[in-house]
Write a protein that binds this ligand. Structure first.
Ligand SMILES: Cc1cc2nc3c(=O)[nH]c(=O)nc-3n(C[C@H](O)[C@H](O)[C@H](O)COP(=O)(O)O)c2cc1C
Length: 191
């Protein structure tokens, strides 16, 4: 079969109408509360109406202290579900599949006291992050789980966990930012 951009694709049980994917892209259009604004409703709807098969919503913060900026979308509270639901419903109404990317920025987070796998500054940043305790790690895993549940409640077809671009999960996977000597050390990340 000849594969074309308009050829549908099935990912597990989810049928996507074509091969066009909108990459997740932070729009920095919310405010300190992280709620969905009319901008986001229009922005994602417009792309779905334009024919994109899979519309991915930008990196959305799983905790308030894990935001990239103070204008990030948030999914750290049940109060975010209603607004996110409007986005997923509009994407569906336009005939597209919806995904939301969930993220914690680790030492790249906004604010004075970011945390990270180890107490190592990021190049070009003055802030010295706090090395995460085992309890911090446990709570962050739980924040990711709660965010995924909220994404489901908000009607998204898929969730993507952001594990790139130097944010928290990729900090755990790099020897430059992970110099732990416990179960979360760099060796364990690749076993
Ligand atoms: C304004 C802007 C915001 C972005 N925000 C995100 C993001 O939230 N999550 C993410 O994984 N990548 C983000 N990226 C990276 C893009 O999703 C994409 O991977 C990158 O632009 C490369 O895409 P390309 O290989 O199709 O050119 C962003 C890129 C831009 C330009």
């Amino acid at each position: 079969m000849q594969m074309k951009l308009e050829t549908p694709i099935k990912l597990k049980h989810i049928q996507i109408k074509n091969r066009l994917v909108m990459a997740p892209m932070c729009m920095y259009q919310s405010d300190n509360t992280g709620v969905v604004k009319p901008f986001h409703e229009a922005h994602y709807y417009m792309h779905a109406l334009g024919g994109i098969g899979l519309v991915m919503v930008e990196a959305t913060a799983i905790s308030k202290h894990g935001r990239i900026s103070v204008n990030d979308l948030g999914i750290w509270s049940d109060d975010h579900i209603q607004g996110l639901k409007v986005i997923s419903e509009r994407i569906k109404e336009a005939g597209s599949t919806s995904c939301i990317q969930i993220n914690h920025a680790g030492r790249k987070s906004v604010g004075q006291y970011p945390f990270a796998p180890s107490q190592i500054k990021m190049d070009g940043k003055d802030v010295l992050p706090k090395a995460m305790t085992l309890l911090d790690i446990k709570e962050t895993i739980s924040d990711f789980q709660k965010a995924a549940i909220r994404a489901n409640e908000a009607g998204f077809d898929m969730v993507e966990i952001h594990a790139a671009h130097g944010y928290l999960i990729s900090q755990f996977m790099s020897p430059l930012s992970n110099q732990r000597d416990d179960h979360y050390d760099i060796k364990h990340q690749f076993l």
